[in-house]
Design a protein around this ligand. Structure first.
Ligand code: F6R
Length: 605
């Protein structure tokens, strides 16, 4: 999703802006650009290729300057093209970049056209650039404060003006923006990682803030125009994506990092206790009588899996909602519910909005399971558990998902303990199984050669069905999502019992059916569902486990996971499905780490 970097300094900032853009690449983008204050004028360079190409372009043109802004764009309004790439200019005076969506852009465009402004792009962003120019009377900070009052929607904005060479102004509402405080220089960015290495002194702007950055000044006003002090935090953000090492893609590397990521996520957990989730957790867990889980995409599937665990072990009712639906529907709030958001990035606009909506309905107790400790989600929630997957570069979530599952299983045990629904022996058995996860996952990773053999065959299909039952149904959903997003094979997941209620009509020899089949209480029923597939000529690709007792036969391909892992089995089966999606995509030659049309951090609605 769009990324912003901005700087005002006493040195050439081109390398800082370019480095920032490279660090924001992981979010996904389809064009990029940079604008600088150079020799009393606005100069820019834009490209629909990668940031590395933009860098070459800039080397050739010799573009440099002390004040400037840069952007990676993920198209919303208007196709990916150079004209639509940011920064946008207005009358050679204003340069502006934006992340978010301006909902009233049509109305503003008509008004500005009426005033004589000529539009060069199809973007909603150009509207803001012209609006700023129209309102400008010599003070950019004041102008932006006025301009944002006219905007409906979500935005993070960075802007500078030809007539004020040592000033960059920013604003945020609904999209992330941080300030990096330097010595005699200041920066703006979408996240701290973009400027790691330049400064670690970070201010997280709050909703409605407008910030004035000059060489020696960082001045913030809130949504009411009141001057505010925001805490400057020392943030040790990772200095960019780690090396690929022996791996071909970040996704593969991240799949193989899962034993480490889960180990780190559980590090320091010496026993089950609510306080793992925050100081106030004990009192809150005692009080609540249900959970409302809000999340999107893969994180939503983590929530669905947790519902099975929490209802079975802690005996607390759980409602799991897709955040983008929940925020807009009429629902019946329960003030005694604990609202749990799950998010890798902690910046997903829909999940943040759903959280606010739940709060506005009187649900005050909130907890987040999140991979970014400095994110808006963590700042907005009362309780938090930080997964320690590390930076996830591949757009498709892998280690973030399994670490979310590990954290949610811990939450299940802590809730069960608070409600007195688990014995010490059970706690200790579960904890032992969790600690063994890194070893168990490594054993699944060792199945890679068998999965590669499948994927070579699998890559020729254009459709696939995924089946699971019970707590493995969400894992089937996740397996299908992974396959479709990176290999572009159309894939659907069903609880296996639903097959004969419709999807069975699709089954032919051209429709492979991937089945998640660990030994559990539903296995015999699942085997009947598999027979229904075979009877229609469908090819079965079965992930069984050591105890499933399913053997390969004609049209039935079986890979056996080395252990039966009881209630934690969803985590192990996920890893096998990730490898299937990865190797199938590889065989099809897609851009695995940056699948088309997708972004890593979805900061717009
Ligand atoms: C899929 C994927 C997405 C994210 C979703 C939520 O592989 O990564 O479906 O899970 O966009 O993102 P977060 O977890 O950052 O809120």
């Amino acid at each position: 999703m769009c990324g912003i970097v901005g700087a005002v300094a006493q040195r050439n900032i081109t390398p800082i802006l370019l480095e920032g853009l490279k660090r924001l690449e992981y979010r996904g983008y389809d064009s990029c650009g940079i604008a600088l204050h150079t020799n009393g004028e606005l100069q820019r360079s834009r490209s629909t290729a990668r940031v590395a190409e933009l860098e070459k372009q800039i080397e050739q043109s010799g573009l440099s300057g002390y004040t400037g802004i840069a952007h990676t764009r993920w198209a919303t309004h208007g196709v990916p093209s150079t004209d639509n790439a940011h920064p946008h200019f207005s009358r050679g005076r204003i340069a502006l970049v934006h992340n978010g969506i301006i909902e009233n852009h049509d109305e503003l465009r008509a008004e500005l056209q009426g005033l004589g402004y000529v539009f060069e792009s199809q973007t909603d962003t150009e509207v803001i650039a012209h609006l700023v120019d129209h309102l400008y009377q010599g003070d950019l900070f004041e102008t932006l404060q006025q301009a944002v009052k006219r905007l409906h929607g979500a935005y993070a904005i960075a802007v500078f003006c030809r007539d004020e060479p040592h000033r960059v102004v920013g604003a945020r509402q609904g999209s992330p923006l941080i300030v990096g405080v330097g010595q005699g220089e200041n920066f703006l960015a979408s996240d701290a990682m973009a400027i790691a290495g330049t400064t670690d002194q970070i201010i997280y702007l709050e909703e409605g803030d407008v910030v004035d950055l000059q060489l020696q000044r960082c001045w913030i006003v809130d949504a009411n125009g009141q001057a505010v002090q925001r805490e400057v935090r020392t943030v040790h953000a990772h200095t960019g994506a780690a090396d690929l090492g022996p791996y071909r893609h970040y996704m593969q590397k991240e799949i193989f990092e899962q034993p480490r990521a889960i180990g780190d996520t559980l590090e320091g957990v010496t026993g089950i206790m609510p306080e793992l989730f925050g100081d106030k957790a004990y009192g809150i867990f005692k009080k609540i009588d249900s959970l409302l889980i809000l999340a999107c995409g893969t994180s939503y599937y983590a929530g669905l899996t947790a519902k099975y665990w929490i209802e079975s072990i802690a005996k607390i009712p759980v409602q799991v909602e897709v955040a983008s639906e929940y925020r807009y529907r009429d629902s019946v709030p329960n003030p005694n519910s604990l609202v749990v958001t799950i998010s890798q990035s902690g910046e997903t606009a829909d999940t943040l909005a759903a959280l606010k909506h739940a709060r506005s309905l009187g649900m005050e107790h909130t907890l987040t399971i999140c991979n970014v400790s400095t994110s808006a989600m963590v700042r907005e929630c009362e309780l938090a558990y930080i997964t320690r997957a590390g930076v996830e570069v591949g757009v498709a979530s892998t280690k973030a998902f399994t670490t979310q599952l590990a954290a949610l299983f811990l939450l299940t045990l802590a809730l069960a303990q608070s409600k007195g629904r688990i014995t010490e022996q059970q706690e200790s058995d579960h904890l032992k199984a969790m600690r063994h996860l890194p070893v168990a996952i490594s054993a699944v990773l060792a199945l890679e050669p068998q999965i590669i053999a499948w994927s070579e065959d699998f890559a020729r299909y254009e459709n696939a069905l995924f089946l699971g039952r019970g707590m493995h149904y969400p894992i089937a959903l996740e397996g299908a999502l992974k396959l479709k997003e990176i290999s572009y094979i159309h894939a659907e997941a069903y609880p296996a019992g639903e097959l004969k209620h419709g999807p069975l009509a699709l089954v032919t020899k051209e429709m492979p059916v991937v089945t998640v089949a660990p030994k559990d209480s539903l296995l015999e029923k699942l085997k009947s569902n598999m027979q229904e597939v075979r009877a229609r000529g469908g090819e079965l690709y079965v992930f069984a486990d050591a105890d499933s007792n399913i053997i390969s036969s004609e049209g039935v391909h079986v890979i056996r996971l080395p252990e039966n892992y009881g209630q934690l089995s969803p985590i192990l089966h996920t890893v096998a499905l990730q490898l299937l999606a990865y190797h199938t995509a590889l065989a099809r030659g897609t851009d695995v780490d940056k699948p088309r049309n997708l972004a890593k951090s979805v900061t717009v609605e």
